[in-house]
Ligand binder design. Structure first.
Ligand SMILES: [Zn+2]
Length: 300
């Protein structure tokens, strides 16, 4: 095992690794305080918290695949008439945020462990990569199918990008808060930088071998704070000739909602349109769904 840079070990970090002989790259993440901070902005019932925690862990994995520092990854699950009609998470430059819109009364009828289908019905999952430096945008949409969000994301990569992908996520709710651990492994036969993709070819022996190793990870291992991310990856792939571990990305909870941001957006509306939005005090009230905060904006 060769180690370059400083591997990350603690919570709220994403660790990068590659298996050069197997043309595979990976990400591993553990979320702790950042997850609690995001969840604390809302009073979500347990199943919604659980789903959002999973989605945030996946968003951190996918977001750190972006090489563009100013790029943004958005994960959005949506449906017309589901108990949850919208889940949005995004990642930009180490910052994570997310929220869920749901029907509380209908959710309560589902019991403590609702399936993905019972929450979303016939929903879809959209994953968007915005490249900040060039303004390019890639979006793929797949049906929200399978047992979990992780499975739906695996399908996204297979169908939209022809990249065989394995994603495992575990979430734990304890008295001291919520933690999440997640692992991603992808097969890139032309290397990490390659643009050409493998055609859908699931019987590739190299990929089969490493995906079985990665798939053997348990929920306990994903969540165990005594097992740092580097040791976790090493445990999975210790028989491989080379595992390269790269420096981790520290995650923070971030949002772009400021008075200036909303003033800028509102100033692009015509004065007559703004007048219709104003309350009796001449202010426009704007909500940030990510933070559950309200801003009163005045435009001279
Ligand atoms: Zn906000």
């Amino acid at each position: 095992m060769s180690v370059s840079d400083q591997p990350s070990t603690g919570f709220d970090c994403v660790m990068h690794f590659t298996l050069p002989d197997r043309n595979a790259r990976g990400r591993a993440v553990r979320l702790g305080p950042v997850l609690d901070t995001i969840l604390a902005a809302h009073s979500y019932p347990a199943p919604v918290k659980h789903l959002l925690a999973q989605a945030l862990a996946i968003t951190a994995l996918l977001g750190t695949l972006l090489k563009d520092k100013e790029g943004q990854l958005t994960l959005q699950a949506q449906t017309q008439d589901g108990v949850i009609d919208l889940l949005v998470c995004d990642y930009r430059n180490g910052e994570l945020r997310g929220y869920v819109r749901h029907d509380r009364a209908r959710l309560d009828e589902l019991g403590p462990n609702p399936s993905l289908f019972s929450l979303f019905g016939d929903g879809y999952l959209a994953i968007t990569f915005d490249l900040g430096s060039t303004g390019e945008r890639y979006q793929g949409v797949v049906p929200l199918e399978g047992e979990s969000l992780a499975e739906a994301c695996e399908q996204y990569f297979l169908q939209s990008e022809q990249i065989p992908t394995l994603i495992r996520v575990a979430v734990q709710h304890g008295p001291d808060g919520c933690t999440a651990g997640a692992l991603l492994l992808q097969h890139l036969p032309d290397g990490e930088e390659g643009r050409e993709r493998l055609h859908v070819q699931l019987d590739h022996p190299e990929w089969e071998h490493v995906s079985i190793l990665a798939g053997s990870i348990s929920e306990e291992e994903l969540l165990d704070p005594a097992l740092d991310l580097e040791s976790m990856v090493w445990r999975l792939f210790h028989e491989e000739r080379e595992v390269r571990v790269h420096s981790g990305r520290v995650l923070t909870r971030g949002c772009r909602c400021t008075v200036d941001h909303y003033r800028d957006i509102l100033s692009r509306f015509a004065a007559s349109e703004r007048a219709e939005m104003e309350d009796e005090n001449g202010q426009i009230l704007v909500d940030c769904s990510f933070c559950s905060r309200q801003f009163a904006i005045e435009i001279d």
